[in-house]
Design a protein around this ligand. Structure first.
Ligand SMILES: *Cc1c(COP(=O)(O)O)cnc(C)c1O
Length: 462
């Protein structure tokens, strides 16, 4: 069976995520036979460098021998057990390790099985906390424009990417949405920190006006990823932590995408030296192996639920696969690699290589900005550089970029007009230079108004 056969069988039965399925009449679906390190290999032996870590989950490459061994060993011991009334070794060890690594004060771990579910947990826990302490009017949340927190109805409601959200509006909670500190919007000559401070005025106003009815502010610390890799300064988080305390409102840090070293520190909150009331983790948590998420919180929250059963103050949320031992074992192996290989320090050199290899793109006539936060580097394509006029979304320039990159053996999957590198940490400097070259060429193809020969080839292959 070759690529074509698998693609045909797939499209007859599989409904793919985040996809207009009709696109696959034109766009090749790529069946992957195996993965190794940064590479994905299809059924005809063609390789693709996974520059986006398979949707930001992979940290140490595909089929990593150390994680493989840990999961295999756990499988022979215990694959799964109910976590209500029962416990197991991996979940205890993992909770202890996460608490030791997390911002100080976070000392209880509540597990779920994907990122969106962790957001639901944090929203419900925050709301329920205020119910338990008698603040019954707190029913709302404050979020940032352009934020993304997942796809289930609660998580979708506190996100702000209209493409994902608009259709479902009648079903959703209504958050109080505050302008983003996104530094792309700063004035010429203004520093990112200055802009973030200036943008905070909107948050301060919203808190002053709504704190009495607000449970929590929810943010993606430092990088709003799905919203287009929008970056802001840590000073915003410092101001936010202080303001939440002043106004008696929780702070939920959604580190699902930025956690585990993506921004240059293990957790993004570290850069502002803050402890949120809830920290949501998933994606890189298991090194990209298995679906799992966790919400960390502190004693004050935990104690507000801890009482005699008859008071009915317990948090009764559950998922069937809560705290799955296989997923915990993958997470423990992932944390072992962080410790043994001094990953955060080594990533600094890789991040510098990413900056250097893409520096020339700043002068590209259709690039408005190259921005970077640690192991995330994003390039904003525009129609007009001077006015920063974006390409109309209908032109789907990003899809052209995607196709061309595939034809060159790289998986780059832009967010609209924003192309980015978010590679596994096992990437080499040479592979980074290769990606930068492919990205540059793919941007040229995407912005050119001539049809691209290699894209046509890709279509024919399908
Ligand atoms: C991916 C993501 C989520 C949702 O996680 P899923 O596992 O896809 O449900 C939530 N928040 C952020 C910041 C994310 O990037």
């Amino acid at each position: 069976m070759n690529n074509h056969d698998w693609a045909r069988r797939d499209l007859a039965v599989v409904w793919h995520p985040c996809t207009q399925m009709k696109d696959h009449e034109q766009l090749p679906l790529i069946p992957i036979r195996r993965g190794e390190g940064v590479w994905l290999e299809d059924f005809e032996g063609r390789r693709y460098l996974d520059a986006i870590s398979s949707w930001w989950v992979n940290l140490f490459g595909h089929a990593n021998p150390r994680i493989n061994d840990a999961v295999k060993a756990q499988m022979d011991q215990l694959e799964h057990v109910i976590l209500a009334g029962f416990s197991h070794e991996p979940v205890v060890r993992l909770s202890e390790r996460l608490i030791a690594l997390a911002p100080p004060g976070l000392n209880h771990c509540f597990y779920a099985d994907n990122g969106s579910a962790a957001i639901e947990v944090a929203l419900k826990m925050s709301f329920h906390y205020w119910q338990n302490v008698g603040k019954k009017n707190k029913t709302r949340f404050i979020n940032l424009a352009g934020s993304y927190h997942g796809e289930t109805l609660g998580a979708l409601a506190v996100g702000d990417v209209s493409l994902f959200k608009e259709t479902y509006q009648p079903l959703l909670l209504t958050p109080i949405t505050v302008p983003s500190p996104d530094c792309y919007q700063r004035e010429a000559g203004e520093s990112c920190a200055d802009y973030s401070v200036r943008a905070f005025a909107h948050m301060e106003r919203a808190l002053a006006q709504h704190a009495h009815e607000v449970c929590a502010v929810i943010v993606e610390p430092l990088v709003q990823c799905a919203g287009g890799m929008r970056m802001y300064d840590p000073v915003y988080l410092k101001l936010l932590r202080a303001a939440c305390d002043r106004h008696g409102v929780h702070l939920i840090a959604d580190e699902i995408a930025v956690g585990f070293g993506r921004t240059g520190t293990l957790f993004a909150c570290e850069q502002a030296a803050i402890t949120p009331d809830f920290m949501c983790l998933s994606k890189g948590l298991t090194g990209g192996y298995l679906p799992m998420s966790v919400v960390l919180t502190h004693d004050t929250v935990y104690q507000a639920f801890y009482d005699d059963y008859a008071r009915l103050s317990a948090f009764l949320h559950s998922h069937s696969y809560t705290g799955n031992p296989l997923a915990c074992s993958a997470a423990l192996a992932t944390l072992d690699i962080f410790a043994a290989d001094d990953v955060i320090a080594r990533n600094r050199a890789l991040a510098a290589e990413m900056a250097q290899a893409t520096a020339h793109l700043r002068d590209h006539p259709h690039v408005a900005e190259v921005r970077q936060m640690g192991m995330i580097l994003a390039v904003e394509m525009v129609q007009d550089k001077a006015s920063r006029t974006p390409y109309p979304w209908q032109e789907r320039r990003g899809v052209r970029l995607y196709r061309h990159a595939l034809s060159r053996g790289a998986l780059l999957r832009p967010l609209g007009n924003v192309s980015y590198l978010m590679p596994p940490y096992v990437i080499t400097p040479e592979q980074i230079r290769f990606l930068a070259e492919v990205m540059t060429e793919s941007i040229d193809v995407a912005v050119s108004d001539r049809p691209d020969a290699s894209s046509a080839t890709a279509t024919l292959l399908f």
